[in-house]
Design a protein. Structure first.
Length: 383
């Protein structure tokens, strides 16, 4: 009797075998490769949208943050030895256009709704990565690049159906060096960083999956997502509960030290009743050349009341100490700032009932209830 499972597999095999990968066009031969997968409970269209709108600055995990901090130490030390201040990270870093581009990377190819590949050339094994200038380089130039002393990375994200309503997302990163000396140096480096590279790739896929699953019929539904429910539980009643307070204390220390790359600060303000210094971790939203702090929980937030009690004169810490005055923004000017804030602060989306991609006009409905403060530098003193 013929096995029906084998028959079914035989019928599928020619189609599967005939599907090539776009990444093979640009880096078919490589020294190492790393592949990770995730299944998103979303359609291919929704998952593709999440891929196209992926913001690198939102990719987070504790191990990734630690790895990125360690990786950035040589560059930070070099800047300080040269008398330069810390580099200000962008609030948004899109892989596929919009905002600041990734240094050293260029788009190689795309199959809409299915696969996209990026490429980079650099000396990754150095303490401070040196990126090759790819401006003007074409995908064919990348595929044929042979200049000694460099390495090439091809990073591909591909989507495949996984049952009737889910999507398999695959992230593959291939690296090839251009000469034997570079190959030896990269091999030593790869032995050390491979676990961290896998962590970064998995964190990226988790972000894509969460973004894709937050879409309902192609529209964001962030307040109904698991992350949104957890955020509301942590701040139930409009105030941080025990676990949230503990997490905030830890985040305040990290933000103040300037460890994380994304734009966050620790606000320091005296308590209006006790006079003791209160530290609050906050996300900074940039808009039209200015910086803003937003009270996602509304006007009764304790730090808002404390700021008003000292007429806005506070300190911000983010790797350095900054004396500022927080000027409250008029209600009618808040909508575009609130929209930008939701782009910068994913954790706030469960508390502000407007889709971050909605027209600015939609934010006028909630603007009266959400205080916004412009950050203004205090005049320097002669101390």
């Amino acid at each position: 009797m013929t096995d029906p499972v084998l028959v079914a597999d035989d019928r599928r095999e020619p189609a599967l075998a005939g599907e090539g990968l776009l990444i093979d066009r640009f880096l078919p031969r490589f020294d190492v490769t790393l592949i990770v997968h995730v299944v998103a409970d979303a359609s291919i269209a929704e998952t593709w949208r999440a891929v196209r709108e992926l913001d690198v600055m939102r990719i987070r995990s504790p191990l990734m943050d630690a790895a990125m901090f360690v990786r950035s130490v040589p560059a930070v030390l070099a800047r300080r030895l040269n008398g330069a201040g810390p580099a200000e990270p962008p609030a948004e870093l899109k892989l596929f256009g919009g905002g600041v581009a990734l240094p050293g990377w260029l788009p190689l190819g795309e199959t809409p709704g299915r696969e996209v590949v990026l490429g980079a050339v650099g000396r990754f094994w150095q303490p401070d990565i040196e990126w090759y200038d790819v401006q003007g380089m074409t995908p064919d130039d990348f595929a044929g690049f042979t200049e000694p002393g460099w390495g090439r990375i091809a990073a591909g994200l591909s989507l495949r159906p996984y049952g009737p309503s889910r999507t398999l997302v695959t992230y593959e990163a291939r690296t090839a060096t251009t000469d034997s000396r570079s190959a030896r140096r990269f091999a030593r480096y790869w032995w050390l960083v491979r676990p961290f590279a896998r962590t970064v790739m998995r964190a990226a896929l988790r972000t894509i999956r969460q973004d894709a699953e937050s879409l309902v019929d192609g529209h964001p539904n962030e307040t109904a997502s698991p992350g949104g429910r957890v955020n509301r539980w942590l701040y139930r009643g409009g105030r941080p509960q025990g676990l949230a307070r503990a997490l905030n204390r830890g985040a305040a220390l990290i933000y103040a030290a300037g460890v994380l790359r994304h734009r966050v600060v620790t606000l320091e303000v005296p308590g209006r009743r006790t006079g003791r210094l209160v530290r609050v971790p906050l996300v900074v939203a940039d808009h039209d050349g200015d910086r803003y702090l937003v009270a996602m929980l509304g006007a009764q937030t304790q730090w808002v009341r404390n700021v008003r009690a000292v007429d806005g004169h506070v300190l911000l810490r983010h790797g350095r100490r900054e004396a500022v005055r927080l000027e409250e923004v008029a209600t009618e000017l808040r909508p575009p700032i609130l929209r930008r804030y939701l782009a910068c602060a994913p954790g706030a989306r469960a508390h502000i009932p407007v889709d971050r991609r909605a027209p600015v006009e939609d934010f006028a409905q909630v603007a009266p209830d959400i205080p916004v403060f412009r950050i203004v530098a205090e005049p320097a003193t002669d101390e």
